[in-house]
Design a protein around this ligand. Structure first.
Ligand code: FPP
Ligand code: MG
Length: 317
């Protein structure tokens, strides 16, 4: 089903790609090189897809230049966060390839993140105040989510509600921005735009939950990076929060301050958790968020945005 969506949106996504590339010129060839390196790693372009699908749902056909600019802006922001995130996580791999951080070092990668973010705001500044304010909000939430995502420790456990607040900011904010801008630029009424904003948050939270589950249930080949990274780094992922909350003594030991998991420790934890009740529960919660997202757009979706959310879910089943 998602393949049919990608097929029908291919020409628009190609326009988005070309628009992004057109914003990568720089006095510094290194900036263009690193930006193109990151973009060449691929990615699902799910945020622009969400924006395109939302705009089409409200009658924008053919897709206008304004929509393409908004899509390019959202993806540029996403690209900036990936560069910064790989530095923060000291991540060696992104999408099966060495991360930009490993290839070019932290300093250059950091600066290219700044460049991409500034380019995004340059595009955004040509749109109206609503678009600028919404984009600012999403970027602020991204930084808030990332900074508040502190290491999970046995003496500082987190609830699922705490987790959701972080996921909402660090991931769902850009999904929400995509859906909001798609509706707004397509001139949907205020109430509908508010629903789309909420839809984006719910869909984005489910996306992050599924990402967290895949860290344990997937394979390195499928994931494009090692499994068990969230365990090794004691990230407060949905799986880790639920595991610690379950009262399992193994979890209390794993997340104790004095324990520094090796790669072997995290691999063992992955095996231990793979078929556990923790994963069953995590899947239930992720599914419930995906379903809430779909219900939010029941009144007006013609199929495409629900199909996109269904695609998130099929990744874990
Ligand atoms: C990936 O998380 C990271 C994010 C979803 C958000 C990162 C946000 C920042 C670094 C703030 C910077 C903000 C701006 C506006 C530039 P992950 O590590 O769980 O996923 P991964 O597997 O893709 O690395
Ligand atoms: Mg990361």
């Amino acid at each position: 089903m998602i393949n049919a969506i990608y097929h029908s949106y291919k020409p628009d996504l190609e326009r988005v790609e070309a628009r992004i590339i057109s914003r990568l010129d720089s006095y510094s060839p290194k900036i263009t090189e690193i930006s193109k390196y990151l973009l060449s790693l691929g990615g699902k372009r799910i945020r622009p897809l969400m924006l395109l699908a939302t705009a089409k749902m409200f009658g924008v056909n053919p897709i206008t230049d304004e929509i393409i600019n908004a899509c390019a802006g959202v993806e540029l922001i996403h690209a900036a966060t990936l560069l910064h995130d790989d530095i923060i996580d000291q991540s060696p791999t992104r999408r099966h390839k060495p991360s930009a951080y490993i290839t070019y070092g932290a300093n250059q990668t950091l600066l290219v993140g700044d460049f991409l973010l500034t380019r995004a705001f340059g595009m955004c500044s040509k749109m109206d105040t609503f678009v600028i304010t919404e984009t600012e909000r999403a970027c602020i939430e991204l930084t808030e989510g990332e900074i508040e995502e502190k290491t999970l420790l046995s003496d500082n456990p987190r609830t699922v509600e705490d987790y959701i607040e972080i996921a909402k900011r660090k991931t769902a904010s850009l999904f929400s921005l995509g859906a909001t801008l798609g509706g707004y630029i397509a001139k949907a009424d205020t109430e509908t735009v508010a629903k789309l904003r909420e839809f984006g948050y719910l869909a984005g939270i489910s996306f992050q939950m599924i990402d967290d589950i895949l860290d344990v249930t997937s394979t390195e080949k499928e994931l494009g990076k090692k499994t068990g990274i969230d365990l090794k780094q004691k990230t407060p992922s949905l799986v880790n929060v639920l595991w610690l909350q379950s009262g399992d003594q193994k979890a209390v030991e794993f997340f104790s301050d004095s324990f520094n998991p090796t790669e072997k420790d995290s691999e063992e934890a992955v095996k231990y958790l793979k078929n556990s009740e923790v994963i069953v529960r995590a899947k239930e919660i992720a599914l419930s968020y995906a379903n809430q997202a779909k219900e939010m757009v029941d009144d007006f979706d013609k199929g495409d945005i629900k199909t996109i959310v269904d695609y998130f879910v099929t990744r874990i089943f």
